[in-house]
Design a protein around this ligand. Sequence first.
Ligand code: ADP
Length: 593
Amino acid sequence: MKLRRLVWQIYPSFLLVILLVLIGLGWYVSITLRTFHYERTAVDLRSRAQLVSEQLNGLFDVTRRPMLTALIKRLGENSGTRITVVRKDGLVLADSLEDPVQMDDHGGRPEIINALAGREGMSIRFSHTLGQTLMYVALPFDDEGTVLGTVRTAVSVSSIDDALRSIYQRLLIGGSIIALLAAPISWFLSRKICHPLERMTVAAQGFSQGKLDTPLPETGTEEAQRLAKALNIMAHELSERIHREVDQRCEMEAILGCMVEGIIAVDNDERVIRLNRAAAKLFHVENRGETGRPIQELIRHAGLQRFVGRALSSHQPLEEELSLLGVEKRYLHVQAAPLTAELNERIGVLIVLHDLTRMKQLESVRRDFVANVSHELKTPITAIRGAVETLLDEHKKESAELQFLQIIFKQSERLNALVEDLLDLSRIEQGVNEGGWELKPAPLLPVLKSAGNACESLLEQRQVSLEVDCPAGLQLRMNPQLMEQAVINLLSNAVKYSDPGNRVIIKASELEDRILLQVQDFGCGIEEKHQARLFERFYRVDLARSRSLGGTGLGLAIVKHIALAHQGEVQVRSTPGQGSVFSMVFAKLKRVG
Ligand code: ADP
């Protein structure tokens, strides 16, 4: 709809009001004038009728008709009035303009009815006799209280109407002149009313375009001044708020920009709300503050996109490790936390990216170092062990010499076990970091049996019996050698920490969505406080006992890393004095066909 300007609403209204006032006034004046003239004429006619009545004494009789007629005609001509004398029975005795003999019975005329009833009668009617509209006034004519008839005077009202018409014409001309003069005045007034509003509209448009520093002049009417003042206050407050917001935004930008961690805020529709410089650099995005774009469009990294999807559908903080391929491979630790607004309403997620590349490099250096050192140590240790073994075989040795040789042999055995375990651990870790071990579906039972065989001498030595409970067809996606090593570690621990005559159970079972591999013993068990740290390298509950049993403190760490290499996890459940259950949990192999 086309909007009309305010001035075009006010101006026609002004004109309309003026015209209505003029028309109303004209109508009222004309009615008043007409009434006034009619009343004056009626009074005049009454006076004339009275004057005529006074001259009729003794003439009010049909026998005196010629004299009466002559008198009436003369009086009528002199006063410019039509005079009619009517007898009580309606018979016209005389008329100043017509022949009374020719005239019909006048007893039915309304003014005459009233006059014969003793009252003054008045009416305005069209006279068929004269062919024009007349005003009649009739007065009763009585003789000592007895109404004998009536004297009626009449004048034409056309002359009054003519006089009134000329007054109307003058009124019309006067009204038109006033209307013509009022038109520009109303236009001027309308503009005067609208002008401050228009000025404020322009200023408000300026405010909306950010020109908040140009205040409105506070002039004009009280209302206009008040409005201008209110608008100026509003603009001032708005300007201050905008400055505050800009300052806060700058501060936030500076903080986010200086952060080493990458920050990405994503809304519920996976659109990027904010992305700091570090995140932009990590993903090679031009950080032009392009917000509102879908993350899939802005950051082409399938892993991160999946992570954002998972974070948005979860209400818990999440974390994950991601790698970025490029000229240089980068490793990221990604954390997600829900972004909430007022009333705890979730508006998206905040992703924090820590660059782990340097740490990973250091870790790799450390791993290589351990692997190299272990490798380097292995050769001299093997040589020492061989030499000591040979010397021990020679029975001629003195007993003290023999004792030393035995100590050297035992320690070299320990050193060898340690180096072996360290080498295994770094081998497993290296495999995981270099893209993972190759895993293939394979039956689990042979692996468990082979682990049992490897521990046969230990089982015999410790007089512990072994039970293997595994469905023959159970398969697992695995590296059989690694898996066997993990089972051997768990089994040898179970045997070592069992009492003679105890049994150890290896049990593999298929759950709904997982495969569970458990090694259970009924030995000494582990106190609760140690359980969480058991899988750390070199963590031992009882150092002396572990050493005496040939332990290195690395067995369970190896088991944990083998489980991780199979995307599984390790758990322990143990009660001191009753025994322990070490479990490895793996995702189930999906059956094909
Ligand atoms: P170690 O070579 O000393 O056995 P591990 O990493 O294999 O090192 O085990 C760490 C510690 O966990 C052991 O020193 C031992 O105290 C405890 N432990 C492991 N398995 C068992 C078990 N089956 N029963 C009781 N304690 C155990």
